[in-house]
Design a protein. Sequence first.
Length: 527
Amino acid sequence: MNEYGRDRLLLSLVLVAFFIAGLVILPVPFTRDQGIYAYVGWGWLNDFVPYKDAFGHKGPLLYAIYALGLSFAKGAMWGINLFDLIARTLTIALVYVTGRELMPRRSALYAALFTALPLWGIFNSCWWNAQAETFMMPLLIASVWLCVRKEAGLRLLLIGIAGFIAAQAVMLKPTAVIHALFFIGWLGVGGAEPGFKGKWKIVICFLSGLIAGIAPWIIYFAAKGALGQMGEWLLVFNSFHVAASLEVKGSALAGTLLRGFWRVFYIIPAAVVFLFIRNNEQRKELGFILGWTLACFFTVLIQARFFLYHWLVLIPAMGLVAGAGMESLHLSLSRWKGDKAGRAITTLVIIWLFLSFGRIWLLIEESYRTRDYLLNRITLSEYYARFSEDDEKGVGDFDLLASVAAANYAHKHTKKNGRVLVFGYEPIVNYLAARVAPTRFQIDYPLTFKPLSEKAVSYSEKWRAEFMADLERTPPEMVIILDNDKNAIEPESSLKQAREFSEFWFWLNKNFTEAEVIEDFHFYRRK
């Protein structure tokens, strides 16, 4: 077997081991964010139209993936988790084939390994799986792979397909437009082919693919009468959301940035220094990798919140950087101490990283006790009790067991076609109870965010008026308001926000009476 055959065998072993180790996440239930996406996806399967009938400020492809996963698994959560695992595994394989186009063969193998490690360790967590960034990763690296391939006869076709794929990343989350803009700039300056006279033809091909990828979504939502609402949430509301994120103090952002960066990558970024030690003939390729890495970093930066799952978009790029850096480390050590010493030290670095991320994998598994649940050592309730989260001040942010209890109560005490309003950040209750919200504002955030401009104030008033009109037109059978649900997005509890929303609080007390309190869920039934 030649060296390339050995590499393919090693890559196959990494992919198989990664996939098998990741199976442990399949039974993991949805938490807060996934519950939001699941509600929209479930509604889409039941003739709802995203944006028009349910709030969402992520791209439509995310809700389509959730709808497909729920349909595939007959409503069970493992369908989405399986798609998550497939997306992560595919990302590793695509990093390898991309590395083969840009770097020596050993660097490509290192890159695949360094991509796999954080995706195996850190991101097996229920809080960060099945996010928009999870599904963006294979799309981003696939478009890179197509752009850097060297088949002259297929060049324009591959660039066009790369643009189409990049468009789907934008349709997962608008921040992926940074990736598309980077490639337009890189292709425009002739990065794909030095001296190629038709470089603008390449840019046009990429833009054509980009437009062709976005157009079907625009046509669909226009046909459903939801194009205006789609733009309202993805463009207008997201601008308010980002503005609110930027209000966070710079020191807090810096601290979050550093914690997130090093928690995900450990010492991998340190390998970058070795890119400048090695005297190589691939400066153009390495320059492209670093440029794309900066574009991915800027994608994280503009969101300002630095939630750990935001860093997922950076992992394929950092995998390539670390792969090139590790090869440079190997060569530098070999020149200094000989090939055996170089191979031994780089192997020790890999083993150390493997053990570090493996420890995280074990800690997550120990925390969730998924194996104990599958082996009937603990009950479903005991398993769900593992999925709760408190903020830094000890205020309850999310408790799955309480959400399930709230959903069961709502399901039991309302009619099948009855509508249930959950005033808070947990439409997972609507999804688990199989009860539709009476308004597209199934999350209170568009009604309770802090407006920081005259335009934001205007839209806030508009959305509140629409919300109240919805409640009058299609009154809910039950209202559920959360307390003690402060989180990084909403600094005040939903119960406090409801009391400060005078029109809503008056309407609630006029038509409803408090019937039950379960954990932090306050239930109101019609008088």
